[in-house]
Write a protein that binds this ligand. Structure first.
Ligand code: UGA
Length: 458
């Protein structure tokens, strides 16, 4: 992989001062989920000694054995390589981070079960477990996505439990599927600090990345926290905007893919994140929007984010719209109808099924009486754990067999490379509904399929 080869040769662009700090600074990463595992491996690849801490002994054992608890292109290879250097290790014991100078807190902040707000249990317990081991002059750096005001509150906690340490906030913008690239070549580094010393420590840590010309933005703690949720809210808004346009296009007999392409040429709008379809899911965008609204309410600013409620509603409606299309073409009564579903992950190049639009649609069709068969190149194990009552096909031909309808719900590359004539022979009815606007409509039609997509006239 290009990026691995490139950053392995990175020492040529490190200044002598940076090389010295890399030798000196020791890092810890608390939480080894998506964000933490990636951060630990990538920081080690920059030359640092890194210990990753997680309370889950199974996950720690896997990582120490060179296996990732999730799928992320290129990351397992880099993990193995870094373990072999002896500079990277994982542990369940917080005492093992006592020699580190900088501690990155990367634990999850999921949505609360009974409200829209973020659950800060893991972040608070990590800070509590970390405090007794912090050496003098060390820096705790939050990377998790948190409601604005959390960092200041944690700073006050640390001031009483570990006054020898300082706290900074450094939000993470990595995308699943591009985690290494986004960590080692981010499009910006944002740090929230309350002292010059904290900034200079972070400048040392990120010296190799700053040397690439990466924009460096210093902010106060609340601004740094807000940058993250504002960015995710903007991305979600862009997706829901184009999905709202898709609804209008359907009503007006127009084509949202042409519309998106045309407006995207305006550089103020851009083409990215204008792919209409079944909308956004995953462990970040949906819960971040909701937590942002909840926090704004606590701050007395709920009106400012009222529009995000509509963004969320448009997003959830996109899932329903695909079901409406199925009913329109397969029949209102779905009992006993066989539906092949291509894709379970919330997006391609990921095995993450958290709030996956594809699985939500599959579950709703199952509840309506349809016989569902789901294929995904990477996410079947996670999908089965989450929805044990649904049926899964690890062989794609089994997925198509006798289907009354095929739904394309996660745009994996392999679904664009199918032999359309061959699979037409497997289904009962050659009907494809493209929920991601990623398939070649003409090619499917030429191969004898009836083709429908969200937001496109026929
Ligand atoms: C998102 C942000 O893009 C990252 O910058 C951020 O760091 C991350 O959340 C986070 O908070 O940790 P990610 O969840 O990996 O990253 O996924 P995205 O690539 O943003 O996609 C989110 C969802 O939007 C997916 O379900 C995708 O299928 C959907 N999407 C994306 C669309 O429906 N249309 C588009 O045009 C683009």
């Amino acid at each position: 992989m290009k990026i691995l080869a490139e950053h392995l040769n990175r020492s040529f662009w490190l200044s002598p001062a940076s090389r010295l700090s890399i030798m000196k600074l020791r890092l810890s990463v608390i939480g080894t989920g998506y964000l933490g595992a990636t951060h630990a491996v990538c920081m080690s690849s920059l030359g640092y000694n890194v210990v990753g801490i997680d309370h889950d002994p199974e996950k720690v054992a896997m990582l120490n054995d060179g296996h990732l608890p999730m799928y992320e292109p290129g990351l397992e290879e880099l993990l193995k390589e870094q373990l072999a250097t002896g500079k990277l290790s994982f542990s369940t014991d917080f005492a093992d981070l006592a020699t580190a100078d900088v501690h990155f807190v990367c634990v999850g902040t999921p949505q609360m079960k009974d409200s829209l707000a973020a659950d800060l249990t893991y972040i608070e317990s990590s800070i509590a477990a970390l405090s007794p081991h912090l050496k003098s002059g060390s820096l705790v750096v939050g990377k998790s996505t948190v409601p604005v005001g959390t960092a200041q509150h944690l700073r006050e906690t640390l001031a009483s439990t570990a006054p020898q340490a300082d706290l900074a906030w450094n939000p993470e913008f990595l995308r699943e599927g591009f985690a290494i690239e986004d960590t080692l070549r981010p499009n910006r580094l944002v740090i929230g600090v309350t002292s010059d010393r904290a900034e200079s420590i972070l400048r040392e840590v990120y010296a190799p990345i700053i040397a690439l010309g990466t924009p460096w933005i210093r902010a106060d703690l609340p601004t740094a926290e807000l940058v993250k949720v504002a960015a995710n809210s903007f991305l979600a808004t862009k997706i829901s905007f184009i999905n709202a346009m898709a609804e209008v296009c359907e009503a007006a007999n127009a084509d949202v893919t042409i519309l998106a392409n045309a407006i995207g040429y305006d550089p103020r709008i851009g083409h990215k994140f204008l792919q209409a379809g079944i909308g956004f899911g995953g462990g970040c965008l949906p819960k971040d929007l909701r937590a942002f609204m909840a926090r704004a309410g606590e701050l007395g600013a709920s009106q400012a984010l009222e529009f995000l409620r509509e963004i969320d509603a448009i997003n959830l409606r996109a899932r329903q719209r695909v079901i409406d299309v199925v009913r329109k073409f397969v029949g209102d009564d779905l009992t006993g109808k066989t539906i092949a579903i291509l894709g379970a992950a919330f997006k391609p190049e990921s095995d993450d099924v958290r709030d996956s639009p594809a699985l939500d649609i599959a579950a709703q069709l199952h509840t309506a009486g349809a016989l569902i068969k789901i294929h995904d190149p990477k996410a079947l194990v996670n999908a089965k754990k989450r929805f044990p009552l649904l049926s899964f096909a690890s062989n794609i031909n089994d997925c198509f067999k006798d289907a009354d309808c095929v739904l394309h719900l996660t745009e994996w590359r392999e679904y664009r490379q199918l032999d359309l004539e061959q699979i037409r022979g497997l289904v009962k009815n050659p009907l494809i509904i493209d929920g991601r606007n990623a398939l070649d409509r003409e090619a499917w039609r030429t191969a004898g399929w009836t083709f429908h997509a969200l937001g496109r006239s026929d």
